[in-house]
Write a new protein. Structure first.
Lengths: 323, 117
């Protein structure tokens, strides 16, 4: 017999909502936090698009509320990371950081996604030494200094606008000649007198690894192939996220970008294993959609435990849905 | 939690406090999410290593001098000092076991016991 009916990996909005629902269904879930407990919202400031908070709520506070709510209904939490999972045998086995193995009938994966790095080496080496993926954490150290932001999406614009309040000047470096960011974010960024744009450029290198801090950023113009060094003292990287799926490689079907493939709700390629939130979603990536799929995963797991066959689950689900 | 076991360092008392024995200093700020995540590990280590090493924290918002001296440009950053000398730099969120391993390496059982209170 398995130790647990439900184990959830991840403590962002997806994991905590899955915990809330499965706890309320008396499934006594065990939730493994992961190292980046609370997920990406822990790195944000005001969240103004989570329904129910008319004046917005701070990301870390929202996560604390969700966590307390899940705990209130009996979720058990363990700190730290999962080091290994075995999805080939039943029950599934989940090995924790302290080498303890927990067996479970169902597994809900909500490990989310982490900030992507540039893949040039020097950016990682100088992480915390002038290179950062978290403007709200590290922007403070660049007051009145010239800095760069890499990326052209909403997060890049959000970081640039936030950093413009602190830095002397913000240079946005983007690979294309147009932004992917939403209209409202673009307008805000273009209007900001402290934000400049370098278009069609790629970061080649961050200087200076030998000196242990950032003295400049070498960029290459993708049209002319000319390289030049910008005299920046900090570089913030906002080029998207990579799903945290290394644990499941070879055991679950992943797409070309490493996201878990789900079908008919939150089902993965292994019956009894469900996935929710950013680990299976590279399209919407919102706190509210993560929470939504977390709820779905808990309901899917509950039905699976009740032994309801797939076809019937889908029939019941669609019967309850307005046409 | 044993938060009272984590020594509070300031620009004023920093040098005095780190000059003897092994001291792990957690540089943090209230607005930093990941700092909140590493805080429970730091608090636990303060209890576990009591008598062997000092575990301390410094608020970078209130203390500009020491963080600038050690070129801290991102938090959380943890610095480990051995008799006043910088021995290790850890940048970003790390698991508690890794931090404990570091302290074990620099302050093995029995060695730090003679450290003056």
């Amino acid at each position: 017999m398995a130790d647990r009916k439900v184990v959830i990996i991840g403590s962002g909005p997806a994991g905590l909502t899955a915990a809330l629902y499965s706890a309320r269904a008396n499934l006594s879930p065990l939730l493994v936090d992961g190292l980046e407990a609370g997920g990406q919202l822990m790195l944000t400031t005001a969240v103004e698009n989570f329904p129910g908070f008319r004046t917005g709520i701070q990301g870390p506070q929202l996560m604390e509320e969700m966590r307390e709510q899940a705990a209130h209904f009996g979720t058990e939490f363990v700190q730290g990371d999962v080091t290994r999972v075995d999805l080939r045998a039943r029950p599934f086995a989940v090995t924790l950081g302290d080498d303890r193995t927990v067996t479970t009938d169902t597994l809900i994966i909500a490990t989310g996604a982490s900030a992507r790095w540039l893949d040039i080496g020097s950016d990682k080496t100088l992480s915390g030494r002038g290179v950062s993926t978290c403007a709200t954490c590290d922007g403070y150290f660049f007051r009145e200094k010239p800095i760069g932001v890499v990326g052209g999406g909403d997060s890049a614009m959000e970081e640039a606008i936030y950093l413009a309040r602190l830095a002397s000047k913000v240079t946005v470096i983007h690979r294309r000649d147009t932004l992917r960011a939403s209209k409202i974010m673009q307008d805000k960024a273009f209007k900001n007198p402290k934000i400049d744009f370098v278009w069609n450029a790629e970061v080649e290198d961050v200087k200076d690894v030998s000196r242990g801090h950032v003295t400049g950023v070498v960029i290459r113009d993708l049209k002319t192939q000319q390289s030049r060094e910008l005299p920046l003292q900090g570089l913030f990287i906002a080029i998207g996220h990579t799903p945290n799926t290394a644990l499941f490689r070879g055991q679950l079907q992943l797409d070309d970008n490493g996201y878990i493939v789900t079908h008919s709700g939150t089902k993965t390629s292994v019956p009894g294993v469900f996935a929710a939130g950013d680990v299976q979603d590279h399209v919407y990536r919102q706190a509210v959609t993560a929470a939504g799929t977390g709820c779905m995963a808990a309901l899917d797991a509950e039905r699976y435990l009740e032994g309801i066959p797939d076809e019937e689950t889908e029939a019941t689900m669609s019967a309850g849905r307005p046409a | 939690m044993a938060s009272d076991k984590v020594k509070i360092l300031t620009d004023g008392n920093f040098e005095q406090e780190i000059k003897q024995g092994v001291t792990l200093v957690d540089f943090w700020a209230p607005w930093c999410g990941p700092c909140r995540l590493i805080a429970p590990s730091v608090e636990a280590l303060a209890s576990e290593f009591e008598g062997r090493a000092t575990v301390a924290k410094m608020n970078v918002d209130e203390n500009p001098i020491v963080p600038a001296k050690f070129r801290i440009l991102g938090i959380p950053t943890l610095l480990l000092f051995k008799d006043g000398e910088l021995a290790e730099t850890i940048v970003g969120l790390r698991p508690k076991d890794e931090l404990a391993g570091l302290l074990n390496r620099h302050a093995p059982v029995g060695v730090g016991d003679a450290k003056p209170a």
